[in-house]
Design a binder for this molecule. Structure first.
Ligand SMILES: [Zn+2]
Length: 189
């Protein structure tokens, strides 16, 4: 984002893809064209993230299988981090591993204690093709790891084990937004 512009103001709020949608469960492709379409995608990501009150959003969550994510996320010291990364690579993840509450706009309303490293460094590019390096700690480090997972085709539920995993998958299956193969409900017929 250029200095002075408000991210997302030119963007379009797009429908969120939800758990079970194939685009969320496959690795995204590298961005090779740094042009106006990419800038528009970043704007749509910001607009959609803000509309959904999220702190981060990956491109496949709006159905675009490209390696891009945006964030507007506080860390544990309440410092705000705002930006986007194209073709991000998680180059460092370290410090202590902490289990903390984690949610996702693709599993709306759900949350589970998920283990993440307390420090993370992501390298990549801006939509203008400039190199960028983003370092996060605490909740922002969690966000960076979460978004990088999305671009690999992962969601936080994939990182859970045991009862935590069973519980969140059970809740997801019962959620109003769950993808169902069954016939429409009687009142809808
Ligand atoms: Zn997510």
């Amino acid at each position: 984002m250029r200095h002075g512009s408000i991210p997302g103001v030119h963007g379009r709020v797009r429908p969120l893809r939800l758990l079970g949608d194939p685009v969320l469960h496959a690795p995204c492709e590298e961005v090779t064209e740094f042009g106006p379409e990419l800038a528009a995608l970043v704007e749509d990501l910001f607009a959609t993230m803000y509309a959904a009150h999220g702190v981060g959003l990956a491109a496949n969550q709006i159905g675009e299988p490209l390696r891009v994510f945006v964030y507007d996320c506080p860390d544990d010291e309440d410092v705000r981090h705002l930006g986007h990364v194209v073709n991000p690579r998680l180059v460092e993840a370290g410090g202590v591993e902490l289990r903390g509450p984690e949610g996702c706009l693709s599993l709306p309303g759900l949350e589970a204690g998920t283990e993440r490293y307390d420090e993370a460094v992501v390298e990549g590019f801006t939509a203008d093709g400039e190199r960028v390096r983003v370092r996060g700690t605490g909740f922002f480090a969690r966000c960076l790891q979460h978004e990088c997972d999305h671009l690999e085709g992962g969601v936080y539920a994939d990182r859970l084990t045991g009862w935590r995993r069973r519980r969140v998958l059970r809740q997801a299956a019962k959620a109003p937004w769950a993808r169902r193969e069954t016939a429409p409900r009687p009142e809808a017929v």
